[in-house]
Design a binder for this molecule. Sequence first.
Ligand SMILES: [Zn+2]
Length: 441
Amino acid sequence: MTEYPMKEIFEKKYSLLVTDVLADGKVVDIFIDDTGIIAGIGEEERKKHKAEAEFIIDGDGAIALPGLVNTHTHAAMTLLRGYADDMILQDWLTQKIWPLEAHLTGNDVFLGTRLACMEMIRSGTTAFNDMYFFMEEAARAVDQSGIRAVLSYGFIDLFTEEKREKECKATENLSAYIRRMDNPRIKAAAGPHAIYTVSGEGLQWCAEFARDQKIGIHIHLSETEGEVNDCIARYGKRPGAVLDECGILTPRTIAAHCCWLDEAECTLLGNRGVHVSHNPASNMKLATNRAMPCHWLSAAGANICLGTDGCASNNNLDMFEESKIAALLQKFYWNDPTLLPAEEALRMATVNGAKALGFGTGKLMSGAAADIILVTTHSACSTPLHHASSNLVYSCNGGAVETTICDGRVLMLEREIPGEAEILECAAAAARDLVCRVQSS
Ligand SMILES: [Zn+2]
């Protein structure tokens, strides 16, 4: 343990020297300037910057990684963690999740998102892609937390014009709100929920709005076989073709789940430059009965990333666990142990995710944003360390993360996160209140 004149280090960005960390197989030091950029990484940084660094963090041999990127979640659903499990998807939604969500307030979303951000910081995630309601409140929580997010309002018009107008307004309001926040860590996206909840007109409106505003699109795609069949019954074609006609498939689009894509749809997504978010834990828990065809998507040149989905269907936001589950599910479902090796799973959680969200490079390199996590090498999960990527994906989980830095600011140091107890207490109280309101309604 290092003795720090602590607390102060959490307050703002400082110039930081992180010494003695393992990056790409070498022991190096990392120098971060006070604007939040990695100004140097290598064996000579200690000599060059020791005098000028405002704080020195002793890495103690930890593995340094770029912060992980969660490309599909509903952060405030942390409040629903463990509320209803082990049910059929449709029953789970209609009997448990939707009735509870009907009672959610803006303050619930603020407190739930704050809990989610804290959980992500603790498990090494520094950026996420979120879709939910009361997103202005989510934006406030992200702003306070110090991590990055792309936020979209879940646009659900249920094929009526009246509802569509409201959803357009909510999408416009969120985009304007985030523009006014003027925080480079927070971006808006359009969030047409899915093909079975949004009309063709609604999808087209979202595509045009995103293009005009130069923002991303976040959508659920082909999670279940039922929604593919319903789409064919409604439109006479598969979801990929319908979304393409509506202008939804773009290089700014992130499509979550994608379990039931056929090979031609994978080619289409690859050609359109769509980013796909694999959510294996949620898919297994809700028994979608098919794994995203990563090998077809990858052959088609699609950028494949990783996401946890919301905490009601996972039930945590640990991207280390998610990378392991992804690697295992691909091997098991497609019956080939060579599919999705550890290095590739790590790339999905870092470089590919950063590319999808447009947050930097997702690499530790000079000139990159300092989104850095340190993973201990003094634990059973990292001993011995034959291949770091193997330990990281198959042995360790988010509990092995000791320090998290985002945009050059220290958010967790040697497992300490300032204000953690209050965040936990408020979220637990809000979740209890929410359930009481549902029961007394
Ligand atoms: Zn989702």
